[in-house]
Design a protein around this ligand. Structure first.
Ligand SMILES: NC(=O)c1ccc[n+]([C@@H]2O[C@H](COP(=O)([O-])OP(=O)(O)OC[C@H]3O[C@@H](n4cnc5c(N)ncnc54)[C@H](OP(=O)(O)O)[C@@H]3O)[C@@H](O)[C@H]2O)c1
Length: 342
């Protein structure tokens, strides 16, 4: 079966060395390899979009402590949304769109396990890697099952303009809460309020950001949705409210640090009878379609936006895009749109 992909090559991205600080192009190496053979029972997928996940920086650390690990010489872990271009598996047909966790490369061969069929009538292809994919599902289950914001409550979300934060803020607004976002530039603050409906957005790079937060939350905070950890989390803890919830979604600020550090202001949890709650999206894998059905309705009704920030290029552009993610250039999910998507 030919679909023109035989003239192409498979560019794969490998980790060259353990990064220091923000990871950049010098830490990765792209290699051109032949397109893998599609064997018996297998499917060949051509990637159209690759997702850029902040958590990649955590798993390229020189440590076995985390759920996954990518070592120098390994192909970089990553998820793709793409098209089935060859199939010897009755469950998938040529022309199906699928999600695949096959690493950062143009072509993925799979026996079908872990491949998820994409219905592009629910949300566009790239969205399935972002707001309609794991990032959005993380926001959905963290908000609806753990944070459970109520009308009249005040929620603080840091990393607010990112892939998870941009959805979490909208979901908290749908629940009737007042939503305050923390992000890294004045432009992103304007976007949070005007595009996503955040009530207040504060640039955490302002010297007086904490004073701005105190003013924004006179009744204290019922929920802190924490994507970044570090100083931002630590300072915010001083404002946690009675029986508040601190949802530990991610610790982006710590992934680049040689020594990670935790919050010293934990004493406020005791005083305010508050709790810190860990969270991992994989606990909800059986409920993804239920969440997507609900989110698709909100998208159709114009109540939920799925923002993404697309960088265009081939697999070798991935490291530069990853660096830009850590520099905070993205509004919503950072995606790499590959040439095959055109
Ligand atoms: N628990 C789970 O199951 C789960 C699932 C998915 C993701 N996560 C976690 O959720 C967090 C957000 O992930 P994401 O994919 O949505 O990433 P993202 O927020 O789209 O991208 C990272 C953002 O972090 C901010 N940032 C970078 N360095 C920072 C620093 N030193 N201090 C504060 N902010 C910094 C930047 O925005 P600014 O301009 O605002 O600085 C950047 O845009 C990550 O920690 C990730 O590991 C957890």
């Amino acid at each position: 079966m030919s679909s023109g992909h035989n003239e192409k090559v498979n560019q794969q991205l490998f980790l060259k060395r353990v990064p220091e600080g923000i990871a950049g192009p010098e830490d990765f190496e792209a290699k051109q390899l032949p397109i893998p053979e599609c064997g018996d029972g297998q499917v060949l997928v051509e990637s159209h979009y690759l997702g850029l996940d902040a958590a990649l920086r955590l798993i390229v650390r020189d440590s076995d402590e985390f759920l996954f690990r990518v070592r120098p010489g390994d192909i970089v872990r990553g998820s793709a949304a793409g098209l089935v271009v060859e199939s010897n598996n009755p469950k998938f047909a040529v022309g199906d769109y699928v999600l695949a966790s096959g690493g950062v490369q143009n072509f993925i061969v799979s026996n079908g396990e872990g491949l998820e069929r994409i219905d592009v009538s629910q949300a566009p292809l790239g969205a399935w890697l972002g707001g309609f994919g794991v990032s959005g599902l993380t926001a959905y289950f963290a908000v609806t099952e753990e944070c459970k914001p109520q009308p009249g409550q005040t929620v603080l979300i840091n990393g607010a303009a990112g892939a998870v934060g941009s959805i979490a803020g909208q979901l908290c607004k749908l629940a009737g809460a007042t939503v305050i976002g923390l992000t890294g530039s004045a432009e992103k603050c304007v976007w949070l309020v005007e595009e996503l409906g955040y009530d207040i957005a504060i640039n955490y790079k302002d010297a007086d950001w904490y004073e701005q937060l105190v003013e924004a939350a006179p009744e204290r905070l019922d929920v802190i949705f924490d994507n970044v950890g570090g100083t931002i989390l630590n300072e915010s803890l001083r404002l946690i409210g009675m029986h508040g919830v601190v949802l530990l979604c991610g610790s982006t600020s710590q992934y680049t640090e040689e020594e990670m550090s935790g919050p010293s202001n934990y004493i406020w949890l005791g005083t305010m009878r508050a709790r810190m709650q860990g969270f991992v999206i994989f606990d909800y894998v059986e409920r993804y379609s239920e969440a997507r059905a609900r989110m698709a309705r909100w998208i159709r009704d114009g109540r939920l936006k799925i923002p993404s920030y697309e960088v265009t290029g081939d697999v070798d552009v991935f490291p530069e895009a990853f660096q830009r993610l850590y520099e905070g250039k993205n509004l919503g999910k950072m995606l790499l749109k590959l040439p095959a998507a055109d």
